[in-house]
Structures are given as C-alpha cells and as structure tokens.
Design a protein around this ligand. Structure first.
Ligand SMILES: Nc1ncnc2c1ncn2[C@@H]1O[C@H](COP(=O)(O)OP(=O)(O)O)[C@@H](O)[C@H]1O
Ligand SMILES: [Mg+2]
Length: 308
C-alpha cells in the first residue's frame, strides 16, 4: 500500500486526491478478517496519471466505473490497483452469455432441512463493502443484467423478487470492464451504461511501457527493452489496421516471454511461446512471426538480452 502510494506520487497523481483516498479508507467499516485476503496486492502498478485521477475522483464521489478500451489497456490491472489503493476486498465476476441472476446474487440451497440463500459474488461484495470487478460485462445478455439496475443506481441495493433485500455497504463500488475498439465486440445497453462513469482506456504509451519493462526487468539491456516495446507497437498497428486479430496483442504474453529469456531461453523461441503461437490461423501466425523477426535478431540468446 505504502509502495503503491509512493508510486502514484512519483507518477505525479494529484496529491489532494491521494490524501482524500487515504481519508476515505480510514473512515470505512473495517474489512472482516475472513475476507482480508481479498484485498489485492497488485503484481504490476498501472501506468497512466490521468486515468488514475479520473478513477480515484469517481470512486470517491460514490460512483461506479466502466473501463472501456481495446485489449491490453490494463483494465483489470487498474481495477486491481484501485481495490488495493482503497484497501477493499475484491470480488471478480466474469460475464459470459449464460450469466444469470442466480450466478450473480445467489441460489437457494437446502441445508439441515432449511432453505437458505447461498450468496453469490455480488451479494458478498455488497455485504462486505467490497469492490466488485464486473469483467467483460458486455458479454452477458442485457436482459440478465437487469437485476443489477437497482444495485448500480441511487438505490444501492440488491432487490430481486423472492430474495431478501440486501443494501450495499457504503464502501461497495463496482468496476466494470468492457473490451471495445476492435471487431467482434458486443455493445452495452443504455440503461446499464447510464449507471457508470466511463473511462476510455488509452493504450499504454511507449514511454510508460518502457518504464514498466525497466521496472519489471532491471537487468534487461536498454536497447532490447526498446526493441520489445517497438515490437508491441508494431503488433498493435497491425491490429489497428485489422491485418491481424488481437490474439498476438498480448502484453502479459510479452512479459512472460521476457521472463523466459531471463532464464536463458533464446529470444525467438520465448516470443513464439508468449506471442506467435497464440495465433491459430496460419496466415496470421506468419504475419506475426515476420513482425517478430523484423525486430529481434534470429540468434539473440536470453543471456545476451540480459547482459550476462
Ligand atoms: N497502462 C498500463 N500500466 C501498466 N500495465 C499495463 C498497462 N496497460 C497494460 N498493462 C499490462 O498489460 C497486461 C494486460 O492487462 P489487463 O489488465 O489484463 O488488460 P485488459 O483487461 O485491458 O485486456 C497486464 O500485464 C498489464 O500489466
Ligand atoms: Mg481484461
């Protein structure tokens, strides 16, 4: 937590917002021991000062957030960082076409001859003052999300016929994510979108990607860090122009490949595992392979990239 705040300071995030977030945290109901392990410790800090400021302001004002943007813009990463900064337990809910009210709120279960409600993630998040990450919310059918209307607007409660009414704890916030910007994405209806403040997530800047690489891999030679950054930009450009799908636009895969190199695996083989092999279409695979070979020397060893 201290470390995260220090990071935000060095990134130049408005000091008064950081102070307000800290005040907010101390004023909330304490997190129950049984869910304290759900307060995330982010693996990566999110880079992007403006987005941080917008997100912190919205959450402090009691709003829920919708993070909209193409793949690999750090939406989940930011959500996790926000739960950490605000010191709240996090519940993740992945949405898919069959997501229904019961899987979100809970189901009746029979125990010792009595029917009781077994709380789903939304209900637990409401009760424990958690941050709920509604991941890829646009993938669910809009009808099945209608149960969230009362939860997400000024009523701040879970109100479904047949269930007890559950009010949201003051600390509870929802952060939804939605992939948008490339072909094949579904839309979100107006009623739902109106219940969020929306951040249009920008792709990580080259400068911030360099910072991320330098921080994650201090031993990686600068010249190679720059090549990996440019490789990612090349792949993004191919996605932007719809030459390839977004399968290879995988920053987590790139980071994993570089980690393999740090263990000594040759660069090209590591990048095949982390990026190229994610394309299952031969033509696309060849295009991505060409991009990789255009940037990374054929015989670059892991040891050489890491300068030892
Ligand atoms: N602005 C950013 N700051 C830090 N990491 C980022 C940023 N953008 C993308 N990433 C990295 O990209 C990877 C994918 O992030 P993720 O949150 O899963 O993206 P999304 O959900 O938008 O597809 C993660 O490893 C994350 O650390
Ligand atoms: Mg995501």
């Amino acid at each position: 937590m201290r470390e995260l705040i220090e990071f935000l300071r060095t990134e130049g995030v408005d000091e008064s917002l950081l102070k307000a977030a800290e005040d907010w945290r101390t004023k909330q109901a304490p997190v129950e021991e049984s869910v304290a392990h759900r307060i995330p410790v982010p693996c990566y800090p999110y880079y992007g000062k403006d987005v941080w400021e917008e997100a912190i302001s919205a959450l402090l004002s009691g709003e829920h957030l919708l993070l909209v943007g193409p793949k690999a813009t750090g939406k989940n990463d930011l959500a996790e960082n926000l739960s950490a900064l605000f010191g709240r337990p996090q519940w993740d809910v992945s949405f898919y076409i069959n997501t229904d009210a019961a899987s979100l709120i809970g189901t009746d279960t029979l125990s010792k001859g009595e029917v009781s409600l077994r709380h789903g993630p939304i209900a637990r998040c409401a009760l424990e003052g958690g941050f709920g990450v509604l991941d890829e919310i646009n993938m669910a059918k809009n009808e099945s999300l209608a149960v969230l209307h009362a939860t997400l607007d000024f009523r701040r409660c879970i109100d479904v016929p047949g269930y007890d009414r559950i009010p949201l704890s003051d600390a509870t916030r929802f952060i939804a994510t939605m992939n948008y910007g490339y072909a094949g994405t579904r839309d979100l209806n107006e009623a739902l979108a109106s219940r969020f403040l929306v951040i249009d997530m920008p792709p990580i800047t080259e400068e911030n990607l360099m910072k991320l690489l330098r921080r994650e891999f201090p031993e990686l030679k600068e010249a190679y860090a720059r090549q990996f950054m440019s490789l990612f930009t090349d792949i993004r450009k191919k996605c932007d122009s719809a030459e390839i799908s977004t399968k290879a636009l995988d920053l987590r895969g790139l980071l994993a490949s570089i980690r393999l190199m740090s263990q000594g695996l040759p660069a090209i083989r590591a990048l095949e595992m982390g990026i190229v092999n994610k394309c299952f279409d031969d033509f696309e695979r060849q295009l991505v392979e060409d991009v990789v070979r255009g940037r990374i020397p054929e015989n670059l060893t892991g040891r050489e990239a890491f300068g030892n």
